[in-house]
Design a protein around this ligand. Structure first.
Ligand SMILES: Cc1cc2nc3c(=O)[nH]c(=O)nc-3n(C[C@H](O)[C@H](O)[C@H](O)COP(=O)(O)OP(=O)(O)OC[C@H]3O[C@@H](n4cnc5c(N)ncnc54)[C@H](O)[C@@H]3O)c2cc1C
Length: 485
């Protein structure tokens, strides 16, 4: 079997390796000159900036890829468990250190609202039930037939998946600060906690089960390790070439055409590229366009991301590895981003400081950061060449006041990415950070199918497919493929 993979995100690389382990001849084609997609690395004057994922969970899904070939993961990558998973900070300076230490979590809950300790225990019990169904049982199952969904509906209803994550958490927890902390996980996969199906409450339990890890040398080192493995296993890797069309004959895959007009034939094409872009731009629109036009109308896309990468000549020892800062108007901010598609000055943001764990990410006596601000995707029509700099200054001002005093005068290296980067460089519809939103109406059968319904030999893995965005999600999507191809 000849299989072509379009795109080298975590999902694409995992698919390449899984098919290679099944003895397919595999060719992986990546538009950029480096691998990783959202997990690419930007190196600048001794600073190593991981472009995207920083929180590594469910590490067994990464390890499995090495084990497929009887290789030891520790010879390629080094994952370090973190003690503090996230530090949450509120406008009134309340801090909460979230970790795998339940005793410490309960002590902090007690301080904020004594009555919520019991609710927290009950909530964790309930998220275990969601995890057992939604992740352990269904994350790597193909939802390409409606009966699959119908079969699961009774249990999904029992698990209250019609509710949002925030609403589920609120049914156990009374304090607003604790509600925000315990319901923030959808933001990690591109959803609004106030509208994302409570199935995603499973992430709360998933973190507890396996812990939160950091990849020494950066997440980019996982991509590097996987690239080495692909080379050893004779997967052909073509970098710096974009697939411009997928050829079919009588509803059967024939191969792909590259931007240098080269044609490569294949029995299967696995798209790790964002599914909307594949249906719109790579497949024959006349033949296959109608189904997607229907889907496109009802699909809701995840938020966009403004990511500001910066290095400082000052070391900010008090700043944790992962910090999440909630603005005052949290809910309104999210409504502005997701529904009204407009910017709001009262931002909530995530600050990454890898040098808290790994000094190799910056030159000696320097600190390395990125700050991520959720923003509207490009359905907003925002001109990022004007707004980008404004958001950069807004977030620097906010960080100077709260976490990083005298930041501006200490920055020695910086650049930022906006939804334009995600749209133009990574070919993501509307520049969304995480493909389509994780709503109930866009989950499982209602997401883009791992096995395409329009043509034989066409498959999808990655954030827009089942089970969804996030590194564990896209690695699981490649496991689905393992079962059906
Ligand atoms: C800033 C940020 C922070 C994040 N943080 C976390 C985190 O901490 N933990 C976590 O688990 N997840 C995180 N995520 C989510 C996670 O990174 C993504 O869901 C996941 O990496 C997406 O992988 P993917 O397999 O869908 O492929 P992608 O990473 O989307 O890669 C797709 C690839 O396809 C290529 N491509 C597209 N079209 C073509 C074409 N026509 N020809 C050739 N190549 C093409 C693109 O160039 C790209 O390289 C984060 C995401 C972002 C953006």
């Amino acid at each position: 079997m000849n299989s072509i993979i379009i795109g080298s995100g975590f999902g694409g690389i995992a698919a390449a390796l899984r098919l290679r382990a099944k003895k397919h001849k595999v060719t992986l084609i990546e538009k950029q000159h480096d691998l990783g997609g959202r997990a690419r690395v930007f190196k600048k004057n001794g600073f190593i900036f991981d472009g995207g994922p920083t929180v590594i969970t469910a590490p067994y899904l990464i390890n499995e890829l090495f084990e497929l070939f009887n290789k030891k993961p520790e010879n390629y990558i080094k994952l370090k468990p973190l003690n503090t998973w996230y530090r949450f900070i509120f406008e009134d300076k309340t801090k909460f250190d979230y970790s795998g230490n339940d005793g410490q979590i309960k002590k902090q809950i007690e301080k904020i609202n004594n009555h919520d300790v019991k609710g927290y225990e009950e909530l964790i019990k309930f998220t275990k039930k969601i995890f057992d169904k939604g992740f352990a049982e269904l994350a790597d199952v193909s939802f390409d037939k409606p009966y699959m969904m119908v079969k699961q509906l009774p249990s999904l209803l029992k698990l209250k998946s019609y509710r949002s994550v925030y609403s589920l958490v609120s049914s156990y927890i009374k304090n607003e600060k604790l509600r925000r902390i315990l319901s923030m996980h959808p933001l990690l996969v591109g959803g609004n906690p106030f509208t994302t199906t409570s199935i995603y409450g499973l992430i709360l339990y998933l973190e507890k089960k396996w812990g939160v890890y950091y990849s020494m040398g950066g997440t980019g080192n996982i991509i590097k390790g996987l690239e080495k493995l692909m080379e050893e296993e004779k997967i052909e890797i073509i970098k710096g070439r974009e697939v411009i069309s997928i050829a079919t004959l009588n509803n059967k895959i024939q191969g792909v055409k590259l931007d240098n007009q080269k044609e490569i034939s294949a029995d299967n094409v696995v798209c790790n590229a964002d599914p909307p872009a594949v249906y719109e731009k790579l497949l024959n629109k006349k033949k296959f366009g109608s189904l997607f036009t229907l889907k496109k109308k009802r699909m809701q896309y995840s938020m966009g991301l403004f990511v500001y990468y910066f290095g400082t000549k000052k070391i900010y020892n008090d700043v944790e590895h992962h910090t999440i800062i909630f603005g005052d108007k949290y809910k309104e901010h999210l409504e502005d981003i997701f529904d009204k598609k407009k910017l709001n000055d009262d931002i909530s943001y995530y600050l990454h400081r890898p040098t808290a764990t790994d000094k190799s990410m910056a030159p000696k006596n320097h600190d390395c950061f990125y700050v991520l601000v959720p923003v509207p995707n490009n359905q907003s029509g925002i001109d990022w060449s004007i707004e980008g700099n404004k958001i950069k200054n807004l977030v620097i001002d906010k960080m100077e006041k709260s976490l990083l005093p005298n930041l501006r005068e200490n920055i020695v290296e910086d650049f930022y990415l906006t939804p334009d980067y995600f749209e133009k460089e990574l070919n993501t519809k509307y520049g969304s950070g995480f493909s389509i939103q994780p709503k109930f109406s866009q989950s499982a059968y209602f997401r883009f199918h791992n096995k395409s319904e329009v043509c034989d030999g066409l498959y999808f893995v990655g954030a827009g497919t089942h089970p969804g965005a996030g590194v564990p999600g896209v690695l699981s999507s490649a496991k689905v493929l393992d079962k059906i191809l």
